[in-house]
Ligand binder design. Structure first.
Ligand SMILES: Nc1nc2c(c(=O)[nH]1)N[C@H]1C(S)=C(S)[C@@H](COP(=O)(O)O)O[C@H]1N2
Ligand SMILES: [Mo]
Length: 221
């Protein structure tokens, strides 16, 4: 009898170990934010815990690291600017509770902390006539938004979610908080920002999704 119990316990342990090793993404979270505590309420808004938030990406999680990360800001700016992770953290930070709504019908609410696009663009020096800002990501993803929208709505690129540094699978180091816009405008793993005066169709937009992407508005065309 004891032998059977022992064997059963052993099987259980082996099974649960198997479960743990099949979720590498969670293990990858810890090096960046092991000493941080997640907040679940902000500004009167109940937030969705990070491990209950969904995410999807065209090529899965991208792994960028603070030491060799660079953000390029280029195009219709006075000077192409290359920022380090520490440069980005040194700007004044802004926090807000904003829901993310994927065009496929799921969503979640989170507290986002980061730097205003206006701050980054002003620093690089916006040129006359610019209308559009394109965001390029490490996985080859891209999307674009109107410059006026980014400035008027105080849109931020976030480096924290629910007070925790963005985990790798959530877009470390930066995710665009495109409030009011469908999830496909919320670029993750941003490596380059380009200012232009031309229309641009991003990854999903060039595959039929609406380029305006207002939540509640048309999803296609
Ligand atoms: N780089 C990159 N950013 C991306 C995507 C992607 O595939 N690659 N998917 C977009 C889509 S369709 C959605 S719904 C949101 C999901 O964001 P989340 O991971 O914060 O839930 O990320 C957006 N940003
Ligand atoms: Mo999405």
């Amino acid at each position: 009898m004891k032998k059977i119990l022992f064997t059963l316990t052993l099987i259980l342990i082996l099974l649960s170990a198997g479960c743990i090793s099949t979720t590498p993404d969670e293990a990858e979270v810890s090096p960046i934010n092991e000493n941080e505590t997640e907040t679940l309420e902000y500004d009167g808004v109940d937030l969705t815990p990070i491990d209950e938030q969904r995410n999807n990406a065209i090529k899965g999680t991208q792994y960028l690291y603070p030491d060799d990360y660079r953000l390029e800001i280029t195009g219709m700016v006075n000077e192409t600017t290359v920022l380090t992770y520490d440069d980005i953290l040194s700007y004044p930070s802004v926090s807000k509770a904003v829901p993310l709504d994927c065009v496929e019908g799921w969503g979640f609410a989170a507290k986002w902390t980061g730097v205003k696009m206006e701050t980054l663009l002003d620093d690089a020096g916006l040129q006359e006539g610019a209308t559009t800002v394109i965001f390029y990501s490490e996985d080859g993803y891209s999307t674009a938004l109107e410059l006026d929208y980014l400035l008027d709505k105080n849109i931020i690129v976030a480096y924290k979610i629910n007070d925790v540094t963005l985990p790798h699978d959530r877009g470390f180091p930066l995710q665009l908080v495109a409030e009011g816009k469908y999830g496909y405008k919320w670029a993750k793993w941003i490596v380059k920002i380009e200012v232009t005066n031309e229309d641009y169709q991003g990854y999903w937009e060039s595959r039929g999704y609406n380029n305006n992407a207002d939540v509640g508005g048309p999803r296609f065309g």
